[in-house]
Ligand binder design. Structure first.
Ligand code: SF4
Length: 194
């Protein structure tokens, strides 16, 4: 049988075609290739961080049970058991592996001082200390203890907190407890509402 060019390309690009036009049954080869890709991986359930839909994903990691082997994410797919997306991912979510395994991903703190054009590399300890210091200074200077009628309100409106779409209910509970109940911060937002 002589395939047309169109049929030939179709057979080459559709990975799931059961029987190729060339007469070979490619099903076992495709199945094996798919299976080998995730055969020895560890599955981690997570949440797509890109938007407020918060689809469930399964991240497949290779090498995290072996000594002297750096774990590598080799595959990310939709979580079929997740109630939101039931295994599906949108075109952006399906590229999530490229977000995780990416040489251009920032892994260190970059700091640009006010008025500066230069980004400086700093340590995580430096960043945490600075955030803590600025938070305290802001609260000390800006906390509104009483309203115009003299009622105690302990409100801090000059700083805000925003949570990510991967935050669980428990994390959000702690955010509200720490920042609103603890520091009086009023603007608290969540990416899932944006
Ligand atoms: S897969 Fe798409 S729709 Fe789902 S959370 Fe990610 S970006 Fe949003």
């Amino acid at each position: 049988m002589q395939p047309t060019r169109r049929e030939f390309l179709k057979a080459g690009t559709l990975g799931g075609v059961a029987v190729s036009v060339l007469g070979f049954d490619l099903t076992p080869a495709y199945a094996q290739a798919r299976e080998l890709k995730i055969a020895r991986t560890t599955e981690t359930r997570s949440t797509c961080p890109y938007c407020s839909v918060s689809c469930g994903v399964i991240i497949h990691t290779l090498g995290d049970r072996s000594r002297n082997v750096r774990p590598t994410v080799v595959h990310v797919e939709g979580d079929a058991d997740h109630p939101i997306n039931q295994g599906t991912l949108c075109p952006k979510g399906i590229t999530l592996k490229q977000n995780i395994v990416n040489d251009r991903r920032l892994t260190k703190v970059r700091y640009r001082a006010p008025g500066s054009r230069v980004w400086e590399e700093r340590t995580w300890d430096w960043a945490i200390d600075r955030i803590a210091r600025l938070t305290k200074e802001t609260r000390d200077r800006r906390l509104i203890v009483k309203d115009a009628a003299g009622r105690g309100i302990n409100a801090l409106t000059s700083m805000g907190v925003i949570g990510g779409c991967t935050d669980t209910n428990e994390i959000n509970y702690l955010l509200v407890k720490a920042f609103r109940a603890g520091l009086g911060v009023i603007p608290i937002e969540q990416q899932s509402r944006i």
